[in-house]
Design a protein around this ligand. Structure first.
Ligand code: AHM
Ligand code: MG
Length: 335
């Protein structure tokens, strides 16, 4: 029997007591993801490629699809009564729910279109999202309500717009994947209990930044490149898609380690990727699949955020490999 997303979520309600409003939220995000995937698929025919003259809060030029995807997610989620507020990579400050609609008890954060540099070249891109409980006693559309460590997430997921549109989810009971049936418009459960192998022979990092990395990262990659006759005693393969969703999805399927570490190009920033709507949801998914995620020093999910758009160094994937790199950082710090 084919199990739809709704069927799966109702099963979670029965098995784990998952809140029905969380189901509503995930179904709404999934509908938005279908609409975004449809726009992505039209490409030049839909007039969705290319850049705008605007920049986001990080000072990055916005692509048309960044803005379209953001609007689709905001509009889909504001009227259902399941959310207290939303925050996005593409919006400077959180948005509350319009007064015309009831407020719910969840906060939704997203990177509406991850891998923006790949939009115009027809390489896989995606959407990443994270759900936090709205804390009592704060005004939900204020930044402070969102500043919770990633371990508080009640759900996290991503969609990959690739040869297939795939939705990968965790509600804290393992990781599942759904494939969009383009004939029926339904997300169908295609993988349950995804597990990342503890060991790997494949790394993902933007090698062009090597001269800017910190010493432990240089050492680790050099050890990998030394292959069978080097200190690791095995040959490594390399992949870098420049869409975190696509790189993480590959790791979900066949293991690997993904790194976007701090580097000296912008020494005051902890990294390129954003904690709240990129690193945290991916860290929860990876941990739920048996992997690990650190910033080189500590578990990503334990970082206490201080700003909505704060950046973080990211090392995630196969557990033993992540622990090895984190150990190299600890050794370097100890002198
Ligand atoms: P984006 O959210 O603006 O698309 O930026 C995040 C992306 C990640 O998906 C990817 O891992 C990284 O940026 C690629 O960066 P680079 O082009 O420096 O390799
Ligand atoms: Mg992104």
């Amino acid at each position: 029997m084919r199990i739809s997303l709704t069927h799966y979520l109702i099963r979670c309600e029965r098995q784990h007591g998952t809140d029905a409003n969380l189901r509503l939220l995930i179904e709404t995000v999934a509908r938005a993801v279908k609409t975004i995937g449809h726009a992505v698929g039209k490409g030049a025919l839909g007039g969705v490629l290319g850049s705008l003259s605007t920049t986001n809060v990080q000072g990055e030029t916005q692509k048309k699809l960044d803005v379209i995807a953001n609007e689709i997610l905001v509009e889909a989620n504001e009227w259902g009564g399941h959310l207290a507020a939303m925050a996005s990579e593409e919006m400077d400050t959180p948005v509350g729910i319009p007064v015309a609609y009831p407020r719910g008890h969840y906060l939704l954060l997203f990177d509406p279109l991850d891998g923006s540099s790949n939009i115009d070249v027809n390489v896989s891109i995606g959407t990443i999202f994270s759900v936090l409980p709205a804390p009592a006693g704060t005004s939900e559309d204020e930044e402070a309500a969102f500043l919770q460590p990633g371990r508080n997430q009640v759900c996290a997921g991503y969609a990959v717009y690739g040869p297939q549109t795939v939705l990968v989810l965790t509600l804290g009971h393992g990781v599942v994947a759904f494939t969009l049936d383009r004939d029926t418009g339904s997300f169908v459960l295609t993988q349950e209990n995804l597990q990342i192998s503890a060991d790997t022979r494949e790394f993902a990092i933007n090698m062009s930044n090597r001269r800017h990395w910190a010493a432990p990262v240089v050492r680790y990659i050099d050890e990998c490149l030394a292959g069978k006759t080097g200190p690791r005693g095995k040959d490594f393969n390399m992949r870098w898609i420049a869409s975190m969703v696509a790189d993480v999805h590959r790791i979900m399927q066949r293991g690997g380690i993904f790194m976007y570490p701090w580097d000296q190009r912008e020494p005051d920033k902890p990294g390129k990727l954003r904690l709240m709507y990129e690193a945290n949801p991916m860290a929860l998914l990876v941990e739920q699949a048996g992997g690990a995620a650190t910033d080189g020093r500590q578990r990503i999910l334990d970082i206490q955020p201080t700003r909505l758009h704060q950046r973080v160094s990211v090392i995630l994937g196969s557990r033993n490999e992540v622990e090895y790199v984190t150990g190299l950082h600890a050794a370097a710090a100890a002198g």
